[in-house]
Write a protein that binds this ligand. Structure first.
Ligand SMILES: NC(=O)c1ccc[n+]([C@@H]2O[C@H](COP(=O)([O-])OP(=O)(O)OC[C@H]3O[C@@H](n4cnc5c(N)ncnc54)[C@H](O)[C@@H]3O)[C@@H](O)[C@H]2O)c1
Ligand SMILES: O=C(O)C(=O)C[C@@H](O)[C@H](O)[C@H](O)COP(=O)(O)O
Ligand SMILES: [Zn+2]
Length: 369
């Protein structure tokens, strides 16, 4: 087992990573669990992993379970209310623990339940998708979607611990694995050139579900995120760089209808758009731009936004981004590989061209659209 830490003073917490950790869950989580444990999971994950949680905890803990519907559409105020209704019916008090078992949808929703129940109770993350293991379980951003946009309602609420069992990835559909790889690639592009190069060499193994290589990718991703969150917990500065590709990605997710494009797929297209703009502005060389497209494609991810999104819709949706300041959309752009910057000074025409451009990563061609 490998252990990382998110350093936030008295609210610091461990990230435990290893194969088969669900079987020894009680041992690892004992110091962080209260007597009352409210498990939030969903209808896909429950049949796969809930019994392990019950077997590990039911002797020593009072357990109650909330099983939500699957999919991004369930990350809603309605599900949040239903979970709180169930939590209130359970009679649990302020010293309970909310435990999220599932992907980023379950984690974000359960985190917001924990943040709001009795003004905040303990929270533990057991992420079961690659995306949740490398990104959403760490850092304390909790949220639900609103019909007007992604993650518009939520709170910062850090978990007490994150337990990552890499073995859970063996049951993950290939499309979901790829979606998780988008956030992994994001870390390479925005923070670590060596990691990017490692990913170029290792992508076939990662796509092929090589558990050892996946563990390496998870540990490096979590280490990058942990360091940024420790330095800027509430996104006053450098944490915004973790949003690379997301201004465009969130617009795609909302425009297509939540759940139609997976979050990671939309982020992949968003990274390609950001890299395109950076290349046009000479912040990224043509060859590094092509390497970025190639790596995304190697992970079976899209590099093009949907063609039918009108420019006016892009503008409306991007203005709902949480990074908007004084009415100006701020964009994260890669600067060389392994570094990124936040900028508001972008020519709208450059953005319009980049979102509508169709890219062909295999031939290196860019097509006007
Ligand atoms: N809070 C953050 O910092 C943060 C970071 C990144 C993404 N997110 C959010 O995370 C969400 C996306 O998360 P996701 O990609 O995990 O999607 P998800 O939670 O919808 O999970 C993807 C699918 O895999 C299923 N699943 C989960 N674990 C499985 C397993 N081990 N085996 C088989 N199937 C499994 C789920 O039921 C679902 O159908 C988005 O809402 C996004 O906005 C949040
Ligand atoms: O943790 C962060 O900070 C991130 O931006 C990580 C993103 O991958 C994640 O999708 C996050 O939920 C987006 O946050 P938002 O503030 O743009 O809703
Ligand atoms: Zn994301």
């Amino acid at each position: 087992m490998q252990q990382l830490s998110v350093q936030l003073g008295t609210r610091s917490y461990p990230i435990l990573v290893g194969s088969g950790l669900l079987s020894t869950l009680a041992l690892h989580l004992k110091p962080y669990l209260n007597q009352q444990v409210f498990v939030i999971t969903n209808e896909v994950v429950a049949p796969l992993y809930l019994e392990k949680i019950k077997a590990a905890l039911s002797n020593d803990h009072q357990l109650d379970i909330f099983i939500m519907a699957d999919g991004e559409e369930a990350k809603s105020l309605q599900t949040w209310q239903a979970a709180l209704d169930a939590l209130l019916s359970s009679g649990f008090s302020r010293d309970c623990t909310v435990l999220a078992l599932g992907g980023g949808v379950v984690g974000d929703l359960a985190g917001f339940v924990a943040a709001s129940f009795h003004r905040g109770v303990d929270f533990i993350q057991i992420p079961t998708t690659l995306l949740a293991q490398v990104d959403s379980s760490v850092g304390g951003k909790t949220a639900v979607n609103h019909p007007r946009g992604k993650n518009l309602i939520g709170a910062f609420h850090q978990p007490r611990a994150v337990l990552i069992d890499t073995n859970c990835l063996q049951t993950l559909p290939q499309r979901e694995l790829s979606a998780g790889l988008a956030e992994v690639i994001k870390y390479g592009v925005m923070a670590d050139h060596d990691f990017f190069s490692w990913l170029e060499n290792t992508m076939p193994a990662l796509v092929g579900l090589d558990e050892g290589k996946l563990e390496q990718a998870i540990v490096r991703s979590c280490a990058i995120k942990a360091q940024i969150v420790a330095a800027d917990e509430k996104e006053q500065g450098q944490r915004a760089l973790l949003n690379l590709g997301h201004t465009f990605g969130h617009a795609i997710e909302k425009a297509q209808g939540f759940g139609s494009w997976l979050h990671g797929e939309a982020v992949a297209a968003g990274i390609a758009i950001a890299a395109d703009i950076a290349c046009q502005r000479n912040m990224l060389s043509e060859s590094d731009y092509q390497r970025t497209l190639k790596l995304l494609k190697a992970a079976d991810l899209p590099v093009n936004a949907p063609v039918e999104m009108p420019w006016q819709q892009w503008q409306d949706l991007m203005l709902r981004d949480k990074k908007v300041k004084q009415g100006k959309v701020r964009f994260v752009l890669p600067e060389n590989l392994g570094h990124a910057v936040l900028t508001a000074e972008l020519d709208p025409e450059l953005i319009r061209q980049a979102v509508s451009r169709q890219r062909d990563a295999d031939s290196g061609k860019i097509h006007a659209h």
